[in-house]
Design a protein around this ligand. Structure first.
Ligand code: ZN
Length: 156
């Protein structure tokens, strides 16, 4: 496995509508491995392929709950319920946090690394993370939709 370079806000790839994955092959699984390693190394809870310069509909998530590492290929959010505003950050926007309104509960359909169709219903932090990462696949950053932004230095 190897660590990948995380693109920062301003990089054109972060504004692109990403391309669906057509086939999950060894190269793609290697990219998933590298994305997970990069996410853990940066202390993140989620990372989308465009954040490492690959314009593909693929994300990794680990919010340290019972689901462990989730690899979502071609994820589509098919149901949203409720609404909650909470703080978010992003590995592509260092030292910035913002309050973002998200659905409280979502259902996401995707394929896994063995090309099996999966469905997951999540709430709380995992639901927030799924929405944040899926936004990346449509070229959207949380700073574009936050109701309030603050720099890390302003926290005290
Ligand atoms: Zn992000």
């Amino acid at each position: 496995m190897s660590l990948l370079d995380i693109k920062k806000a301003g990089a054109p790839v972060l504004k692109e509508i990403c391309t669906p994955v057509e086939r999950v092959d060894a190269r793609l699984r290697k990219l998933l491995d590298d994305m997970a390693e990069t996410m853990y190394s940066a202390d993140g809870v989620g990372l989308a392929a465009p954040q490492v310069g690959k314009s593909l509909r693929m994300v990794v998530i680990d919010v340290q709950d019972e689901h462990g590492l989730l690899e979502l290929i071609n994820p589509v959010i098919t149901a949203r319920e409720g609404s909650v505003i909470d703080s978010e950050g992003c590995l592509s926007v260092p030292k910035v946090f913002g309050d973002v309104e998200r659905a409280q509960c979502v259902t996401v359909e995707y394929i896994d690394r063995r090309s099996r169709r999966r469905s997951l219903t999540a709430e709380g932090l995992l639901a927030r993370c799924i929405q944040h990462e899926c936004d990346h696949l449509d070229g959207k950053l949380f700073i574009d939709i936050a109701v309030r932004l603050r720099k890390e230095e302003d926290k005290e």
